[in-house]
Design a protein around this ligand. Structure first.
Ligand code: FES
Ligand SMILES: [Fe+2]
Length: 351
């Protein structure tokens, strides 16, 4: 069961070009397009004439034209043209979902349109600052429930095991990291400090550290599926805990957006921004390649976990100390699902 009254990432803005893009979001087949005026439409991928998927259509002057008999739909899902027919029946429309383009994302609201408040979309200003935060984007299809990916990002003790050769480093420093979790209105914030620790291979490659570092990982989770991350390191003795904004260290920003596709699959939108050698495009490229390698490691383990849990169910799984943020995250999501089902009594699935 998914939270529907929430903003999810439907696509990267740059994915929506001149052709309609089909995607499954919260078990709904939708088609995303940009009209000639630049507005984004997210429509049910089913023409109201004969049910043909609209993804086979094309973008024309006045909207998205179905590829079967040529009906045209505007970004609100209204039929605005029927070839060789003057009168357009009022019923000729397809369901549309509220959509907003912001900070290089296309956001979608899959629940009650009347409750879609654009003010609740999180800000990610670093996507608009290529000079200070040059970055690259990616999207993976994950064969796993989106919550397993959120779990993965809430318990970073996995870094020393899954990512030993990339962004992780020694498992011991991760298990011993000081972690502080603070609940927020619809999520949580946490920061981990790995003081006086050996920098992992990615950090050494990027910043050329020769000795030990004070390293941080700061995360903010916004239910249901967004996580923003700021990580970095400074050489020991430079006072990282007092001031992290210093030259000559390593820092990156990561955005993680998990959007449910089906119960056992999701979209993983992520971006990585280089905050240490901003004038060097190769550094941005190298960082992207390193992070991509690391996230493929997460993908492999989460997909294997999903496959196993599909066979066995969740019974008998045990929480440990490092699960504190993960447990809080799961409670937040359960609370939101419960609140939503109480307030709508299930009406939203047909809204
Ligand atoms: S099915 Fe779309 S126009 Fe006929
Ligand atoms: Fe990971």
């Amino acid at each position: 069961m998914f939270i529907r009254n929430a903003w999810y990432i439907a696509a990267w803005a740059h994915e929506i070009g001149s052709k309609p893009l089909a995607r499954i979001i919260c078990n709904e087949a939708v088609v995303i397009y940009r009209d000639q005026g630049g507005r984004i439409g997210i429509l049910e991928d089913r023409c109201c004439h004969r049910g043909t998927p609209l993804r086979f259509g094309e973008v024309v002057d006045n909207g998205l034209q179905c590829g079967y008999h040529g009906l045209v739909f505007d970004v609100d899902g209204r039929c605005v043209e029927i070839p060789r027919q003057e009168r357009i029946p009022a019923k000729a429309r397809v369901r549309s979902f509220p959509a907003v383009e912001k900070d290089e994302f296309i956001w979608v609201w899959m629940g009650d349109p009347a409750a879609a408040d654009q003010g609740k979309i999180i800000d990610y200003p670093w996507h608009n600052d290529y000079k200070k935060w040059p970055h690259k984007h990616a999207r993976y299809d994950i064969k796993g429930n989106y919550m397993l990916m959120v779990d993965n990002l809430m318990d970073l003790t996995h870094l020393g095991y899954v990512h030993r050769n990339t962004i992780g480093g020694n498992p011991k420093v991760h298990v011993e990291a000081k972690m502080q979790v603070t609940p927020t209105e619809n999520g949580l914030h946490y920061i981990r400090w790995l003081l006086d620790s050996t920098p992992p291979p990615t950090y050494v490659k990027a910043a050329g550290f020769t000795g030990k570092v004070d390293r941080w990982q700061e995360f903010e989770y916004f239910a249901p599926g967004c996580i923003i991350q700021w990580s970095g390191a400074l050489a020991v003795g430079r006072g990282a805990q007092v001031n992290r904004e210093q030259e000559g260290g390593f820092q990156l920003r990561l955005f993680h957006g998990l959007t449910p596709a089906t119960e056992d699959s999701c979209h993983y939108f992520w971006s990585t921004a280089n905050g240490y050698r901003q004038d060097d495009p190769q550094a941005t490229e190298q960082l992207y390649t390193e992070i991509d390698t690391a996230f493929q490691e997460d993908k492999a383990i989460v997909e294997a976990q999903q496959a196993r849990l599909a066979e066995t169910g969740y019974d008998g799984l045990v929480d440990i100390v490092s699960d504190s943020a993960r447990v809080h995250m799961r409670r937040t999501v359960d609370r939101l699902i419960e609140a939503e089902s109480k307030s709508t009594s299930g009406e939203l699935t047909t809204a």
